[in-house]
Design a binder for this molecule. Structure first.
Ligand code: 5AD
Length: 375
């Protein structure tokens, strides 16, 4: 029997204050709470403990990053994908999806606009599009690198060969985002067709790390059939991999996909995970994801107040913005739009934060503040 977690799972037995403090203490000293500790932290907190957890997490983020939030200009380079993930609106079988791919010139124009707006990082994200070959993409990265030597380049173009990743690295890419989606093999098999292999995804992440990319992993929260144990598998995997970036967003159903009729993941559970991962990985880059902002207008602020330190406004050409539709009603206007940084700044200021216009690299372990949480 599956106990799905597309709602906040609450255990009947709440955690005693003593036990809760002991778990926070472990996290503060850089130790893992262990599987059963994580289970309690995920399922057995009172409302007050949840608030305290978020406060501790934002305090840790502040010690490491001050009140600064890094921004990334997100360029969605192709909505074509050879994969057929059951949850994604861009899946190959979705005949209703609008397809486009940007040319190298269009991508460079986006970077120029991003540069003008002050973005220190460009993120090139796209479906796994065979037409954008490894060589082509490496050339694009080289062109961006030579025109913008000070900017960071992040790629998010799925599973490629070790050789391809090496080419991207040599061309000047600094970071790579590849969410593992779920670390539980059975769960993975329910979300993906059999041609997609969890092992291959995990291997890619290991290769990316080895090649020296700042590497991003992460999972969707509240996908159908996800259990607390799936999330515990995700957390154990993140502890093993120690990624520099951790992206977590709620599942949102996408029309014309096999999972269109399932309900969205829980915002509260996503925020809980953001706070927990901040406490476990004090120097990590953790975005307030667009999926959170899509489900809840206050989601971005809430994520920052739970320890997130990155926002990724959309820098894609306006003409294609509506077309990168991985899930329904995806936000890409207002403070999700790169040209509206003023709005984002005001939103962040209202909770005591500010945009930081730097590259915004992950902190190396020497620069990380792991000292005790005093709250
Ligand atoms: N709901 C939420 N997130 C989704 N993604 C893909 N489809 C959905 C969906 N329906 C996420 C995946 C992917 C990232 C780019 O978007 O985690 O890695």
């Amino acid at each position: 029997m599956y106990l799905c977690v597309n709602f906040m799972v609450e255990s009947e037995d709440k955690l005693s204050e003593m036990r809760f403090s002991a778990l926070l203490e472990r996290l503060a000293t850089g130790e893992s709470p262990g599987r059963e500790g994580w289970r309690l932290l995920l399922t057995a907190l009172s409302g007050e403990q949840d608030c305290r957890l978020r406060r501790c997490a934002s305090e840790v983020a502040r010690r490491n990053f001050g009140n600064g939030i890094y921004i990334r200009g997100l360029i969605e380079i192709s909505s074509c994908c050879r994969n057929d993930c059951y949850y994604c609106g861009l899946r190959r079988s979705n005949r209703q999806a609008s397809r486009y791919r940007l040319t190298a010139d269009e991508i460079l124009d986006c970077c120029r606009e991003g540069d003008r707006l002050g973005f220190g990082t460009f993120v090139l994200q796209g479906g796994e599009d065979n037409a954008q070959s490894d060589e082509w993409l490496a050339d694009v990265v080289r062109a961006i690198r030579s025109e913008f030597p000070e900017r960071a380049i992040t790629l998010s173009v799925g599973e490629r060969s070790e050789e391809a990743y090496r080419k991207f690295r040599r061309a000047g890419a600094d970071r790579y985002l590849l969410r593992h989606e779920t670390r539980n093999a059975e769960h993975y098999a329910r979300l993906h067709p059999s041609a997609m292999r969890l092992d291959r995804r995990l291997h890619c992440l290991e290769v990316l790390k080895r090649l020296g990319f700042q590497t991003g992993a992460g999972m969707m929260v509240g996908t159908p059939w996800q259990t607390v144990d799936c999330l515990l598998d995700d957390i154990a995997f993140l502890e093993e991999l120690e990624p520099e970036m951790i992206g977590m967003g709620p599942f949102i159903p996408a029309a014309h996909t096999p999972l269109a009729r399932y309900s969205s993941g829980s915002v509260a559970l996503t925020l809980r995970l953001v706070a927990l991962m901040r406490l476990r990985f004090p120097g990590a880059l953790i975005p307030a994801t667009t999926a959170l902002a899509t489900l809840d207008p206050a989601g971005r602020k809430a994520a920052v107040l739970a320890g997130a330190n990155v926002v990724m406004p959309n820098l894609s050409p306006l003409a294609v913005r509506g077309k990168y539709s991985i899930y329904d009603s995806k936000a890409y206007t207002g403070s999700e739009a790169a040209e509206s940084l003023g709005l984002l700044q005001r939103e962040l200021e209202s909770i005591g934060y500010t945009i930081v216009y730097g590259r915004g690299d992950a902190l190396s372990s020497e620069r990380r503040q792991t000292d005790r949480i005093l709250i």
